[in-house]
Design a protein around this ligand. Sequence first.
Ligand SMILES: C[S@@+](CC[C@H](N)C(=O)[O-])C[C@H]1O[C@@H](n2cnc3c(N)ncnc32)[C@H](O)[C@@H]1O
Length: 752
Amino acid sequence: MGRNNKRHRGNAKPRDDVYRTDLVDKASMNNSRFENYYQAQNIVVAEEWEPFLEALRTPLPTTFRVAGSRQTAQSLNETLRDIHVPALSNVVFEEQPIPPPVQIPWYPDGLAWQFNVPKKVLRKSPEFKGFHSFLVFETEVGNISRQEAVSMLPPLFMEVEPHHKVMDMCAAPGSKTAQLLEALHAQDTLTSTSIPSGLLLANDSDHKRTHLLIHQSARLPSPALMVTNLDASIYPGIKIPSASNPQRMETLLFDRILCDVPCSGDGTMRKNLGIWKTWQPMDGNGLHGLQLRILQRAMKLLAPKGRIVYSTCSLNPVENEAVIACALKTNPDFYLIDVSTKLPELQRRPGLTSWRPTDKSLKTSYNTYETFMQTCTEGETVKAKMTPGHWPPEDVESLNLPRCIRVYPHLQDTGGFFVAVLERRVAAPRDKKREADEPADIPESKKPRLDESVKEEISEVRASVKDAVDTSMKTEAPLEEDSFPDAPSAKPEAPEASRSPGPPKAGKAKKSEGGGSFKEHPYTFLPSDDATLAGCIERLHLTPDFPCRNVLVRNPEGEAARSLYIANDIVKAVVQHNDYNRIRLTFAGTKVFAKQEAGRGVDAQFRILGEALPLVLPYTDPATIIDADLAVLLILVQSHYPLCSVFLDPFKTIMNDERPGSHIVRIPQSESDGASLSHDLFLPIWKSNVSLTLMIDKKAKSALSMRVFGSDITSPVKERLVVSADNVEAAVETEVEHLEGDAAVAEDDAMT
Ligand SMILES: C[S@@+](CC[C@H](N)C(=O)[O-])C[C@H]1O[C@@H](n2cnc3c(N)ncnc32)[C@H](O)[C@@H]1O
């Protein structure tokens, strides 16, 4: 977003309105610097130039994807295809036909969609209004993710498998992290393990943004997730015990690394209109150094035969092909993979082999670094940002740069994007491990010999480290990406600097960028015979194969007090063998159990968190799962604390006989009285002395209600029980229990 980007707060017009391209005059979407620069680069052939510019000036469609690895994904997609799309197929608004949503042709299994409907239609057309509410609800519970189409590409090229060790170097706010997590969990079913053996380490140098990322990722709770807050360009080696000899420590190398680096973001102009006004070539020139250092660090951390995906939402070759070329030249055991047959429906253009950087003066673009230098007088500050690496190397043809992918707005009505997929040839693991271990400042004597131009590049890069850090916030994924127009905010207030891609900040590097004070609670794994844990396992009917040695707590005392988390073996190994302050570990694993007051005369005990149920279910004794039906579900969804006595038998008798505490109910796939459930549903409930509660949050309850009963039938506020003469005592008891219970949950939430 441009320098003059205004922030919108309080009663000001919401950002979404201001930045809608259909509300901004097309005539103001001009920038001769931009046009001259990109014409000089020949980024598209002459006949495509006008369609390219025209597409850039047209509103970007709304795009979303159905979250892939959830049990509900397929049936939700069917609901979209078979119910919503037909219902939206003949909508006419103010005498204009409005096209229904369509599937994005290249996205696997048809799980990604797009539609292009003005906000007015979403608000006023009854058909689209209903569809919009459906999207908002399903987004809030994590079944749908609003994401720009092109931003869905990098994770697809990663080809992540559940056993992979994956790193997302610049991860916040986390839309791609969520996709990577889904891929790690791709094999989840309710009968197989829900704990992948792999790892996803998501990192971002902005501390506040790492918390947004954690919030986003909570939609797919994963014991395989870790979040750190470091500068990716100097990411330290992480120690884990060697697989062959657990007494020996080795450096963790990753099978897959995503470098979705900070960039100038001119591929997002259809959405971030401020860029039209402010674009200038130094935006990209200034970021090249940081982008290169992040990619080079990723190369050091990659396992032999591993894969790196480098991506930007910039069209600028200086931020794209130039970075790839420099990185390949300094790391000859890497090469660009030919991915031309992957996602065959994706229309793309090849990477460039020639480009002509220019500087602030914009007088001309220059063929070579040498010509550029000849035009500069000594001491011109602008030179500091231009290095030989900004230009194509002499042997550019040998690097296979056309294997990079360029996506342009006019090809398939998307944003502009760049992706390169790099693989490491097999190399001696010993050397690779040592390189990975070394931080950025490798002693001169140990450095591999480099040719002169590369040496010069590196010294320039080092000289501009501070500068690059200042500019690193230039483009961050805009945070509204995750919600639909008019949707209530589902996330904490975003930090000011991250609301939109902003201009480089002058002055010192921000404290939060991987260097300031770090105040997170430590991570303590409980002994598997911990008495509280054993009690929890017994009460929740967990099977002996439940991985109790992987349960951790996060409080200064290291006690099983209010919340229990679970992390898989590799996350545990990283936590136990690395100082969490050094790697600025902000999050590890996922919360599965929380303590809850049980009511009068019953001890507080742990309950299963609704969102963690898919994780815990494979470890639950099936004989203890209580059968219910759509009539039971209707009452649980409609009321907050229905008395056991309001249900019909056999459910009523079963629940009356159950002890107070956490239980799981199963509602089989069925249809009745207009309600329809397309697959078996498992839900956590809580039994107090005399009543039941469905233990999922309000939004999840509403989304469930819409899905099964066709509308939101949940009670807007806590209803008071209708008290008749024969249930007055029970009703009073229920109210007291829930007041106690609510207080405990509120306290618990505040603690975690
Ligand atoms: C393009 S955004 C990433 C978007 C993210 N991958 C997603 O899909 O939601 C770039 C991110 O890089 C982060 N960043 C900037 N400089 C960094 C550095 N030196 N190390 C790590 N992260 C950095 C920014 O805070 C920003 O969140």
